[in-house]
Design a protein around this ligand. Structure first.
Ligand code: NVA
Length: 236
C-alpha cells in the first residue's frame, strides 16, 4: 500500500489531477481518494486506468455507509422497508444515506437545522420518495429503526465551527430521541464523536449503540470492496 498526501505527490506542485491520475494508475491496481470536492475524484477517475474508491468527499461518504448498512444487517437483518433517522448536518453522510435508501428501499427521516438542509440535486437522487423532512429532530426519530448522526462540523468546514455550534444546539441525539424510536432501534455514528455536541454520552455509550461494530466493519467492507473491484466478484 502506498499512502500519498498532496505534498508527497506532484499534485502538491500543481500537476493537473488528470495527469496525476494517468501516472498513478499505471503503478497500482486500485486507488482510494479522500479529498474535498467530489469533482476532484471524478476528474481523477475519468483519467484513471484502475478503479477509484471514494474514501470521503464533501458530498459523499460511500465506504462509511456500506459499513453502516452491513452493521445494520448484522444486527437486525435486511434494511429494506426500515426507517433511518438522520439528525444533524445535511452533509456527505446524509447525502449518501439518501442514495442508499433509493437503491435499497428504505426511508430516511431527515432533520437538519435551517440552512443545513440536504440538497436533493447534490445528493444525486432521482426523487423525494425515499425521504421525509422533519423540523423537529424528535419527530424524525419517532418509530425509527436506526438513529444516526455525525459531527456538527465536517472536515474542511472548520471556519464555520462557532456558527454551527449555535445552529446545531438542538440537534443532539439524546435518550429521549432514542426512547421515541422503536424499542430495538440502533444508534450509529461514523466517528469521531463529540459527546455533549451531536450525541449524549448516555446514547453513544449506551446499549443501543453499535458504533464500535460500525468502526470495525469499515475494515471488513472495504476489504470486500477491494476484492470485488479486483476480481469482479466477491470470492466464495
Ligand atoms: N461528515 C464527516 C465524516 C467523518 C468520517 C466529515 O466529512 O468530516
Amino acid at each position: 500500500m502506498v499512502h500519498l498526501t498532496t505534498g508527497d505527490s506532484q499534485l502538491g506542485r500543481a500537476e493537473p489531477i488528470e495527469d496525476s491520475a494517468k501516472v498513478i494508475s499505471r503503478m497500482v491496481d486500485l486507488v482510494m481518494i479522500r479529498t474535498f470536492g467530489q469533482d476532484k475524484i471524478e476528474r481523477f477517475a475519468e483519467h484513471s486506468r484502475v478503479p477509484v474508491i471514494n474514501g470521503l468527499t464533501n458530498e459523499f461518504h460511500p465506504c462509511q455507509i456500506l459499513a453502516d448498512i452491513f452493521t445494520y444487517i448484522e444486527h437486525r437483518g435486511s434494511i429494506k422497508g426500515r426507517v433511518v433517522a438522520w439528525v444533524g448536518d445535511g452533509n456527505n453522510m446524509a447525502n449518501t444515506w439518501l442514495q442508499a435508501a433509493e437503491l435499497l428501499g428504505f426511508t430516511v427521516h431527515l432533520s437538519t437545522p435551517s440552512g443545513y438542509e440536504v440538497d436533493q440535486a447534490i445528493a444525486g437522487i432521482r426523487s423525494s420518495d425515499s425521504y421525509k423532512v422533519f423540523k423537529d429532530p424528535m419527530e424524525a426519530c419517532r418509530g425509527a429503526d436506526l438513529v444516526t448522526t455525525d459531527v456538527w462540523t465536517s472536515m474542511g468546514f472548520e471556519a464555520e465551527n462557532e456558527e454551527r455550534r449555535k445552529a446545531f444546539a438542538d440537534w443532539c441525539v439524546d435518550t429521549d430521541m432514542m426512547r421515541i424510536a422503536k424499542p430495538d432501534a440502533l444508534f450509529m455514528h461514523c466517528l469521531p464523536a463529540h459527546r455533549g455536541e451531536e450525541v449524549e454520552a448516555d446514547v453513544i455509550d449506551g446499549p443501543q449503540s453499535v458504533v464500535w461494530d460500525e468502526a470495525e466493519n469499515r475494515m471488513h467492507v472495504q476489504k470486500a470492496l477491494m476484492e470485488f473491484l479486483l476480481l469482479g466478484r466477491v470470492k466464495d
